[in-house]
Design a protein around this ligand. Structure first.
Ligand code: GNR
Ligand code: NI
Length: 167
C-alpha cells in the first residue's frame, strides 16, 4: 500500500472544507487504509484526508503507545464538549513546529466507522485534542491559526527556509 504525500502549510489546499462521505465503499476503505499507513509511517498520532489532498470528511487517529488502537472516523462531529486543557501541538503539515494550543478537555463524538456503522464515544486528554485537531483540518483550519500573528509569520519564514534547503 502506498505512503501518501502530505501537503505542507501554507498550501492553500489545506484551506478547503471537506465534503461529507455519503457511502463507505471500497474507495473510502482503500483511502482509510492508505491514510493509516501514512500516519504510522510519518509517524503521527492522527491524519485528516485533507492533508493528503482528498477533500472528504475522513480522519484516522491512534494515540496509543503500542500504535495498535486505530480509530477511523468518517463524518466526525463533536456534539458536546467541556472543560479546557492546553497541550503542545504539532502537525505533519507544519513539520518541526510545536506550540501550545487550548482546546476542550473532554468531548462527545459521533461518526461513522470503517464498516459504515454509526458510533458515539467520549474522549479526553490527548485523544480529545487530536480528534479536535483533525476535525479542524476538515474545516480548512490548521493549529497555527490559533497562534499570534507574530508566531504565524515566524513559522512561515522558518518553513520557507526549510523548503529552500530541501530543494
Ligand atoms: O502527529 C501529530 N501529533 C499531534 C500532537 C499534538 C496535538 C495534535 C497532534 S496531530 C499530529 C498529526 C497531524 O498533523 N494531524 O493532522
Ligand atoms: Ni495536523
Amino acid at each position: 500500500m502506498p505512503i501518501l504525500n502530505i501537503l505542507r502549510y501554507p498550501d492553500p489546499k489545506l484551506r478547503r472544507i471537506a465534503e461529507p462521505v455519503t457511502q463507505v465503499d471500497a474507495a473510502v476503505r482503500t483511502l482509510v487504509d492508505d491514510m493509516a499507513e501514512t500516519m504510522y509511517h510519518a509517524p503521527g498520532i492522527g491524519l485528516a484526508a485533507i492533508q493528503v489532498d482528498v477533500p472528504w470528511r475522513i480522519i484516522v487517529v491512534d494515540v496509543s503507545e503500542q500504535r495498535n488502537e486505530l480509530l477511523t472516523l468518517i463524518n466526525p462531529r463533536i456534539v458536546e464538549q467541556e472543560g479546557a486543557q492546553v497541550m503542545e501541538e504539532g502537525c505533519l503539515s507544519v513539520p518541526g513546529i510545536f506550540e501550545p494550543v487550548e482546546r476542550a478537555r473532554r468531548i462527545l463524538l459521533r461518526a461513522i466507522d470503517r464498516e459504515g456503522r454509526e458510533l458515539e464515544r467520549e474522549a479526553e486528554g490527548l485523544l480529545a485534542v487530536c480528534i479536535a485537531h483533525e476535525i479542524d483540518h476538515l474545516d480548512g483550519k490548521v493549529f497555527v491559526d490559533y497562534l499570534s500573528r507574530l508566531k504565524q509569520n515566524r513559522i512561515r519564514k522558518k518553513l520557507d527556509k526549510q523548503e529552500k534547503i530541501a530543494m
